[in-house]
Design a protein around this ligand. Sequence first.
Ligand SMILES: [Zn+2]
Ligand SMILES: [Zn+2]
Length: 372
Amino acid sequence: MAPQRDWYTTDYYKVLGVSETATDKELRRAYRKLAKQYHPDSNPGSEDRFKAVSAAYDVLGDADKRKEYDEVRRLGPLSNLGGFGGGGGAGNSNFNFRIDDLSDIFGGLFGRGRQGGAGRGAPGTGPRRGRDLEAELHLTFEEAVEGAVTTVNVSSGTRCATCGGSGSRPGSSPVTCPRCGGLGVLNDNQGMFSLSSPCPECQGRGTKVVDPCPTCNGTGLEQRQRQVKVRIPAGVEDGQRIRVKGRGEPGANGGPAGDLFVIVHVAPHPLFGRKGRNLTLTVPITYPEATLGSAITVPSLNEPVTLKIPAGTKQGRTFRVKGHGITTGSSAGDLLVTVDAVVPAHLTEEQRKAVEALAKTLDASPRQHLGV
Ligand SMILES: [Zn+2]
Ligand SMILES: [Zn+2]
C-alpha cells in the first residue's frame, strides 16, 4: 500500500482528537463518537467533517497503515528543514519535504534502499552506508590473462574539511534560498505531491552560499584521490566489472563502506584474440601445405607449438590445441588456430606453368552441382 498524498498533509490524530500514543480502543471510541456527531443523516452539512473522520480512522484504525503513516510523519517533513514545517500546526499543517526525503520515505516503507540500521531518527543522523564507487583499470592482454595485483586511483567527493560541507567560507553562513523560501523544492500544486521539483536556484539545498569556501568553491565537497590495491583474477575480460568489497566511499555515522567497482579494459593483442578462456589465432598456410598436409609451428602465449595440418585441409578450418588457452582456477582453455590458405597475388613463370599443369589434371568442375 502506498502512502497517500493526504498522509503528508493531514494530521489524522488531530482529526480524531486523540494523542499520537492513543490505544486502539481510544481511537475506536473517538471515531465512533465523531462519526455519530457528524453523520450526514443526523447532522446535514457536516459531510466533509464526516469524511475526514472516516478517512482518519481508515488509516489509524488499521495497525499496518498506522505504522506507515507514523513513519511518514516522522521521516518526511519535519526534519532537515531548519525551521520550516516544524510547527506541526493546526489540523491541516502543510508538510513540506525535500525530494531526497521522499526517496528516503519510500525506501523505508518499501524495504528497499534502506540505509543503515535500526532505530532511525531524522534522515542523515543514523548509520549510513557509503556510496559505491567506480574506477577504470587498463590492463595489457597478458595481465588480463595471467591476473595482476595493481592499484587503481579512486576519486570521490568527501565533505570539505575547511567548511565542514556547508560550502560557506568559515565564519560566514549560507542564507535561506529566496526562490523556494528554504524548502528546497518548488511545489506545483496540481494534485500529486510528486510534482514537486528540486529548486533550481539552490539545487534543492534550501540555502544559498553567499561567501563561498575557498577550498571547495562553495560545493561543500572536496575531490580526494586515493589509491586502492586490487587483485585482478586471471582471465578477466574487457569490460568486466570487478567488485572490491568495502573499498567504496566510507560510511557515515558508523555505517559500512560502499563497494568499489573496477571496470577492466583489456588492450588487444597483436596476434591473439579471445573467446572466453580460449585464445584464437589465425595463421596463413600455403596451398601445398593445405593440400599435401604439413606440420607448422604456431605461437602460443607461452612457447611455440607444432600443429599438424592434415592433407586436404579446407580453407578456414579451425584446429584446437588443448590446454594452450587461458588458465582460470584449475581449468585451462584451448588455443583455437584457424588456417587461412594464401592465394599468391603474383606468380613467377615457373609457378604459373606448375599451376596450369595442375589445372589440366582437374577434370571435374567443383561447381557442377550449381547446374549452370
Ligand atoms: Zn531554492
Ligand atoms: Zn569548503
